[in-house]
Design a protein around this ligand. Structure first.
Ligand code: FPP
Length: 224
């Protein structure tokens, strides 16, 4: 199954502790590691997509954007071993052409070194926005003079290009009940869970509870 998470609440977690927002992102990155390792070792989960940086996040103060870019670069360098040990394939969705050469190189190295793994595909959404993804897909179809059909649009989405199926379960942390331009097309039939827990406090135990609850839900895909 494909589990998707909108990791929200890093800033509020830090503020409540009297810390800078960047400390929240640092702690958030540690949670990413725990959750990824858990999913890699859970037979039911094959895809884990994480909203790490949206097309709207550029609006944040420059120091926070710079910090997130640096954190990502360091994280990919440091956590390559985690990917290798847990047999996790690393993938990216979103338009990373705006990222620095250094970061793009790091992303490509991580993808290349992990591309043969099949236990889990971890998908980071980077400079990702669903409307942007759909627009890019339709533009490509027009440029190639292909027919605009549901099937063709689907085929040109970033997820399909990287063989990532639609979402089964979407979780958002921090109490906000919205999807914020994340995988709008791919969540058409996803089950959704919203928890008040701030992302830095999210645990594998809570994830286990949510999965148990998800398994009890009856999914009808529009049928009866
Ligand atoms: C939302 O919290 C979080 C983000 C916009 C960034 C997500 C980044 C991480 C979890 C850490 C880095 C990830 C990796 C993979 C290294 P917020 O800042 O919107 O929190 P707030 O709503 O409380 O202000």
């Amino acid at each position: 199954m494909h589990l998707s998470i909108i990791m929200d609440g890093n800033g509020r977690w830090a503020k409540a502790k009297g810390l800078n927002r960047t400390e929240g992102h640092k702690k958030g990155a540690e949670v990413v590691k725990d959750i990824t390792t858990f999913c890699a070792n859970n037979d039911k989960i094959n895809y884990l997509s994480l909203y790490a940086f949206s097309t709207e996040n550029w609006k944040r103060p420059k120091y926070e954007v710079d910090f997130l870019m640096k954190l990502l670069d360091n994280w990919l360098k440091k956590e390559l071993d985690t990917y290798l040990e847990n047999e996790v394939r690393f993938e990216v969705i979103g338009d990373i052409s705006k990222f620095s050469d250094k970061l793009r190189k790091r992303i490509n190295i991580t993808k290349e070194k992990t591309k043969h793994f099949t236990k889990l595909t971890q998908v980071l959404a980077l400079n990702y926005g669903s409307k942007d993804e759909i627009t890019r897909a339709v533009k490509k179809l027009c440029n190639e003079k292909k027919e605009i059909t549901e099937e063709n649009i689907n085929r040109y989405l970033d997820t399909s290009i990287h063989n990532i199926p639609d979402v089964d379960l979407l979780i958002r942390t921090s109490g906000e009940i919205r999807v914020s331009n994340f995988l709008l097309w791919q969540i058409a039939y996803a089950e959704m869970f919203f928890t008040n827990t701030l992302w830095p406090n999210f645990t594998t135990k809570e994830l286990e509870e949510i999965i148990k609850n998800f398994e009890k839900r009856e999914r009808r895909y529009g049928g009866i």
